[in-house]
Design a protein. Structure first.
Length: 219
């Protein structure tokens, strides 16, 4: 079963990225475009664009809450066409994919995850989407493609434990038990206190008769 995470993490990713990079990017764009229509005009354009993307996302979120997936997909298409680089578009794609999975439509979630893998902004969104895509592909009986999806990641900083766990699940499905055990042990060693399902990892290792290491932080 595909592991589904709370949408809260998506908001946290965006807030963290904006707090760390927002000012620098705004100033860079101001310098680049200032000669065309000035600082004030640029600010107004940026604010309006962000507000429109935010509004589209808010409508999409409400439609999904009401179970109106087709209507929400229309809003996502608007975001994808008009604001492809907006964090709201990446969040919308992840939310749409989650809704598809919850509606037993994992095949429709794959394209949404692939979109974020290729276009996710900030890039941490792409890391989240790649791991979820691998899980969906595994559940769809495509372990080789799932493993390739993980292996082609440029960076997995902050998500090392999750990637190691799903890699173990994939290797197990491929009949590569020893490699699966090593991946699960790696995931346990990387797992932070209060994050992830340590008990599930331990059960997988115990079922294989393997050693269960303590996490690096001693939790």
């Amino acid at each position: 079963m595909v592991e589904i995470y709370d949408a809260h993490e998506q908001g946290e990713i965006v807030k963290k990225w904006l707090s760390e990079n927002g000012s620098a990017i705004v100033m860079g764009l101001v310098i680049a475009f200032g000669g065309l229509f000035g600082f004030k005009q640029w600010q107004n354009w940026q604010d309006n664009s962000r507000q429109r993307a935010s509004s589209e996302y808010a409508v999409l979120d409400q439609l999904l809450t009401q179970g109106q997936l087709d209507g929400a997909m229309s809003n996502f298409q608007n975001l994808r066409e008009d604001y492809p680089d907006s964090p709201y578009t990446s969040m919308a794609a992840l939310k749409m994919a989650r809704a598809r999975i919850e509606s037993s439509q994992p095949d429709l979630a794959i394209g949404l995850y692939e979109f974020v893998v290729e276009n996710g902004y900030p890039r941490a969104m792409a890391v989240v989407a790649r791991e979820r895509l691998a899980r969906v592909l595994l559940d769809q009986g495509q372990p080789e493609q799932a493993l390739q999806t993980l292996q082609t990641a440029d960076s997995i900083t902050g998500f090392e434990a999750r990637y190691a766990e799903v890699r173990g699940d994939i290797l197990f499905a491929m009949g590569r038990g020893d490699e699966a055990v090593a991946a699960w042990q790696e995931a346990l060693a990387l797992l932070e206190a209060g994050v992830g399902d340590r008990a599930a990892l331990e059960m997988k290792l115990q079922a294989m008769g393997a050693d269960v290491p303590a996490a690096a932080n001693g939790s």
